[in-house]
Design a protein around this ligand. Structure first.
Ligand code: CP3
Length: 354
């Protein structure tokens, strides 16, 4: 099936486009009443992820409301640890939890490398179903967590503010930490390649907690494994390149090193201007971002001004994908996202004239 809107894929490869493509991290989520209705129908978040028809439905919901240039498959980064036997569940108000977090060296040594198709086949089924339902309207993005970000949840047993246990492991027993991160990198590589083969047309790696590490620890325990994954990915499918996006949150000091991993694009948060980020990475990679999600809480005039400033900060030329600097939050009024998306559509063409 021909892809009718390929501006996301083109922008990720820094090719000419006539306007800036836009999609939003967590675009399917709790700020949408129709998402809450489908989640209620599913009974739980995990059931929603594991039922391809429902995962496909929530993936498509934001595209019915907003003129977005991509869909992102509805799932979660924590499906991998779940498939490794840690058993993911959600406690309302407390976020994700594991029934069997990694508590000992043996837990790590015995961690299986899961058969992706057996344990995560529901994700690939959702990807191929969603590709079919999209009918070439926009590309479908696949994703995974980075090994380090996954490891933090697996070791802490859920969300954490300090990452005490995870960071203790890195410093106290780096060899064991490398064993865990290596296993995760191999699994993430298999998983993303399976998503690509099922029809994902670009992939993003979420390194949400990269910013918790010192510069040196980041290079050794996070960056290195993302680079390994990038080098193991299938970079072409259906006769087209499959761009790879790395989103390492709060890692702006690492932009040059991230650009050298061989990825196509970097997600950037709002703590650095796109102008500065662009001057540092030059023509090596495209940039995706970077509006502060909290701006969507303000009124439409503010949103318009901030979108305009963000476009202006990147400036003229190719290689910008508009997005937030992190996921959209549940309090956002969906009409405010309409304002964002429409403003990008209206104001961005002037940055793409020859
Ligand atoms: O972008 C999309 O629309 C695709 C869906 C997606 C979800 N999670 C759905 C989800 C993606 C890409 C993720 C990634 C993810 N999950 C990350 C990395 C990106 C980031 O935001 O930093 C992380 C760290 C997770 C782990 C996770 N999953 C947490 C911390 C939570 C709880 C969030 C909270 O505020 O309670 C989840 C659950 C989750 N994943 C929800 C959604 C829509 C909310 C669950 C619900 O419906 O109650």
């Amino acid at each position: 099936m021909e892809l009718r809107n390929d501006i996301l894929l083109r922008a990720l490869q820094r090719q000419p486009v006539d306007r800036t493509p836009v999609w939003i991290m967590r675009q399917a989520g709790r700020y949408l009443p129709e998402y809450l209705a489908t989640r209620a129908e599913a009974g739980s978040f995990m059931n929603l992820c594991q039922t391809p028809e429902l995962a496909c439905e929530v993936t498509l919901q934001p595209l019915r409301r907003f003129d977005l240039d991509a869909a992102i498959i509805f799932s979660d980064i924590l499906t991998i640890p779940d498939a490794m036997g840690l058993n993911l569940y959600f406690v309302s108000g407390e976020g994700p939890k594991f029934e069997h977090p990694l508590r000992s060296a043996d837990d790590i040594r015995n961690l299986p490398r899961p058969d992706i198709f057996e344990s995560l086949g529901y994700v690939m089924d959702a990807v191929s179903l969603t590709r079919r339902e999209l009918g070439g309207k926009v590309p479908l993005i696949g994703f995974s967590g980075s090994p380090w970000t996954l490891a933090t949840y697996m070791i802490e047993g859920g969300s954490s503010k300090t990452f005490s246990r995870a960071k203790k492991l890195l410093y106290q027993d780096p060899e064991l930490a490398h064993q865990l991160l290596g296993k995760l990198a191999d699994t993430v590589t298999d998983y993303l390649n399976a998503q690509i083969e099922a029809g994902a047309q670009a992939v993003q790696i979420f390194d949400t907690w990269g910013g918790a590490l010192s510069s040196q620890a980041y290079k050794e325990f996070s960056l290195r494994y993302m680079a390994k994954i990038v080098s193991g990915l299938k970079r072409e499918n259906e006769g087209r390149p499959v761009p790879v996006i790395l989103f390492s949150k709060s890692c702006n000091t690492q932009l040059e090193a991230l650009a050298d991993t061989g990825c196509d694009a970097l997600g950037v948060d709002w703590t650095i201007s796109l102008r500065e980020a662009r001057s540092r990475v030059g023509n090596r990679v495209a940039l995706q971002g970077n509006l502060d999600p909290s701006i969507l809480l303000a009124d439409r005039a503010v949103i318009r001004r901030e979108v305009s400033d963000t476009l202006d900060s990147f400036g003229n030329g190719n290689g910008h994908v508009f997005n937030l600097g992190h996921g959209i939050t549940p309090e956002v009024n969906p009409d405010h996202l309409t304002e964002l998306v429409n403003t990008v559509g209206e104001l961005s063409p002037e940055y793409h004239r020859e």
